[in-house]
Design a protein around this ligand. Sequence first.
Ligand code: ATP
Ligand code: MG
Length: 723
Amino acid sequence: MRIILPLVALGLISDSVHGFTVFHPPVVLNTNTRTVTKRHGLYSTATPTTGTQEKDGLVVGDTKGAVLLLEDVAISRGSNQIIANAELRIERGQRWGIVGANGAGKSTLLGCITGTVRKDSGKALVAPKVRVGYLRQTAVAGSNKTVFEEAASEMADINEAKAKMEMAETAITNGDTSDAMLIMLDEATSEFTAAGGWTQEQEVSLVLQGLGFQPEDSNRLCSEFSGGWQMRIALARLLLSKPNLLLLDEPSNHLDSSARDWLGKYLAAFDGSLVLVSHDTSLLEASVNNIAEVTSGTLLTYVSCSYSRYLEEKEFRKKVAQAEYERNLAEAAHLQAFVDKWGASATKAASAQSRVKQIEKMRKEGKLTPPPAAVVQTNWKPSMILPDPPKAMGEILLSLNNANIGYDADGEPLLKNINFELRRGQKVILRGPNGAGKSTLMAALRGSLSLLSGERNENEKLRLGYFTQDLAQQLDKSARAVDLVTAHAREGKFGDITISDEDARSVMGRLGLTGEKSLRKVADLSGGEKARVALSMFALKASNVILLDEPSNHLDVECIEALSNALNNWNIKDGAIVVVSHDQPFCESVGFNTVGTVKDGSLKVEERALDTSDWRLFDMTLPESSDKNASMPKELTPEEKEEQKRLRKLAYNAPKQIAKLEKLIEAAEAKLLTIEEEMLEIGTDIGRLVDFQKKKEKIEKDILKYEREWEELEEILASVGEQ
Ligand SMILES: Nc1ncnc2c1ncn2[C@@H]1O[C@H](COP(=O)(O)OP(=O)(O)OP(=O)(O)O)[C@@H](O)[C@H]1O
Ligand SMILES: [Mg+2]
């Protein structure tokens, strides 16, 4: 018989204090091998005690062939039940996106898989021999190594083979030329080669570069980097550790648009299993093909569904469930009417009785119970109103004249000779490549970073409002949320001492921090709820210049919409907005009229709207990193030669086959369109809708199959072309 031991019990969790965890290959013990070695001071075979802080580790068990299996999981935080009846099965190689409103329980769910949050009941099992990598929502690298060393530190296969190789080399140099030692060196060298050891440096550099590091950053100490960049180091280290199951909690929050694009492509090409919690719709669209939504206290799954398809499917499920329920109610009412009319009649009493039984049967089958809230509920939408901007003197609200901006008074400024006038009515978006200095320019505009030289001039009546994701991270965790919001509105030169707790709570309530949530300590709120506290602080104070630096990170889709609506309804005639944001839907809805490009130490300001080419401008493509042994050309084995022959043959026929598949896809898509139109016309006839839905699913499956074949053939053509 097997017993399942929490991995913490085996001391197998490393580095969990830094928000990044790799769970090394798990072990399933037999009952007769109960002795467990204590490592890293973590040891606990007992079932977890109560509370939310204890770590019971990842649980390895029989997942029935899946990589990860959740069965009937229920979790509470404090006295609130967050999730119940959660079921999820993640197969090898599947990529799942976990979505849901702020505070729905997404991080809690990952916490229960990795053992940082305790389950009330149910099972969360990981298959044996799976290396799990986990990135927390607030990860930091927390290390004194260089960026390169830290990023490479968890490449276990390479590092182990390297250590073995070096050990054998030293022994041989010292005179041990025994067969055993030579074999060991040979083995270690093969392992090192297979793990990609010869190209490790390139691989690490490619990942660091993808995440926005400059080549010279590799040798800098991690401790020199800000929180956001530390998170990138943790992410680089995690990706390079090559887990088989990757659990990422909002990994893109600290990334700019090129790094996000890079991550999307990296994850799409990742060949392990992925669970990605994110509010970033572009990242989800690019990298996952299954969705699980945490909603109304449970988990709804959408298998083989991109993010955009999930939105449609969710709407469809809702309509079908509602229509079916209404049809059942109508049928029951019809049956009841017969009973009421003829129940007392001697001749029809038997028929009436049979109808009573039919109604009873419907009730027992749950047909007369309203569909679950998780399926039909329309999400409650947060809203936000910004106070009118106080009138300023003249047109110019804020300006920088001949400003040199940077952090090192003796070094080169990051931005040179900046001249910028912010006028009433301007909605400015700042764009630019990684590290160009967008946030630095924001800090200079805000006045929190002194200029190295030049001038910063404020309008006499300037009232600055500022919101950034870092603000949420910096909130005093031990304070009550409502107290922070009230204090912020009252303090400072322009503070309003008449603002009451009630005022603060009503702004917070509109943003979803209702009831006891506003009275909670900041530490007991989710990442997005903390961001909403910071947003409430910003929303309660009147300002005529609004500076927003990556405002949408951590916020869910609906809260971002509330923010963009508030900005649109704000009286821009008397104020101005400056934004740094990667979030395309958000930027499009704000509707900028000025584009500032920060690049090569300068700022170029154009009075125009954003266009699509602005989004492509600073994108990076995923570097070719798949060929691990690129620097070591080698002789092909007979098997490899045979495989090459087979591929060439396939490639010869591929163009014809591809053309055929393209026709098939085109025809199937046309069919799909007709079916969708017909479904719209059918309306609420559930019987027919269900038939049509089946047809639709069949065609969608066919399309997927054709597309896969098409992709395979294209890949074969490309690979043969490269040879
Ligand atoms: N330490 C805690 N004590 C009590 N309640 C908590 C604690 N941490 C989180 N919660 C609550 O649990 C719920 C789920 O939080 P969780 O962090 O899982 O949300 P989430 O879906 O990840 O949200 P977000 O999108 O904001 O990251 C929230 O209502 C939150 O307020
Ligand atoms: Mg979260």
